[in-house]
Design a protein around this ligand. Structure first.
Ligand code: FES
Length: 105
């Protein structure tokens, strides 16, 4: 397990991107839960965001791929709209200790 960040570095109802051991990750703080996915769209295996830390759609209810607009559920990573419907983002295992997030990548 590697320390990624403190929970309070992730904006509430928001997201933040990280690069760790050659992997791009996105960490989300959504409805008081933390979710971590590999930052790679299953459609083309490219990063999801168009600007740093901009991972969500306008209403902040889905993760949105900037390239072709695929929408992913924040809590499951499943694509519900776009060119890769029913594919899912790769979930990254993590633990939280003393308000810090640790991941295995
Ligand atoms: S690369 Fe993400 S929807 Fe096409």
């Amino acid at each position: 397990m590697i320390k990624l960040c403190a929970i309070n570095e992730i904006p509430t109802e928001g997201a933040k991107g990280f690069s760790l051991n050659g992997k791009n990750l996105v960490v989300l703080n959504y409805r008081n839960e933390i979710y971590i996915y590999e930052n790679s769209c299953p459609h083309r295996s490219i990063p999801l965001e168009w600007q740093p830390d901009q991972f969500l759609d306008y209403e902040k209810t889905f993760i949105q791929c900037a390239t072709h607009g695929a929408l992913f559920q924040i809590d499951t990573g499943v694509c519900i709209s776009g060119p890769c419907v029913e594919d899912r983002l790769n979930k990254i295992p993590f633990t939280i200790s003393n308000n810090e997030i640790f991941v295995t990548v």
